[in-house]
Ligand binder design. Structure first.
Ligand SMILES: [Zn+2]
Length: 117
């Protein structure tokens, strides 16, 4: 994949000489596009079974940072509704581990379903 970086580098060098401000605007657009592409790539990698540790490695961040940035917010295991991680919400998020170092199994229950059970 380094050929993409090399080609981009050469193109940007040329573009900057012709239109520095236009190139800056384009680079700014690319930044947000890259964030969107990264989200898609993480989703696919997760679907293919990649751990947060491996994804964090690829992004040069910790597995915790990767999880915080890209993990889907938990949904209620009963009704499928959103579950808040705020401690005063009444919602419950329980993380259990099959073994040390394993990815947590997250069981989330919203306040309404907790009250009903
Ligand atoms: Zn619920």
């Amino acid at each position: 994949m380094t050929y993409i970086i090399e080609a981009t580098h050469k193109s940007l060098d040329k573009a900057m000489e012709k239109d520095a401000l236009g190139t800056l605007r384009t680079m700014n657009e690319l930044k947000s596009l890259i964030d969107t592409w990264a989200e898609k790539a993480v989703t696919i990698a997760r679907r293919e079974g990649a751990s947060w540790a491996v994804i964090g490695d690829a992004l040069n961040i910790t597995k915790q940072a990767a999880h915080q940035r890209y993990a889907e917010p938990p949904v209620c295991s009963v009704c499928g509704g959103p579950v808040s991680s705020m401690s005063n919400s009444g919602d419950s998020i329980v993380r259990s581990y099959a073994y040390f170092g394993a990815e947590p199994v997250v069981t989330a229950t919203c306040a309404t379903c907790r009250a009903a059970s």
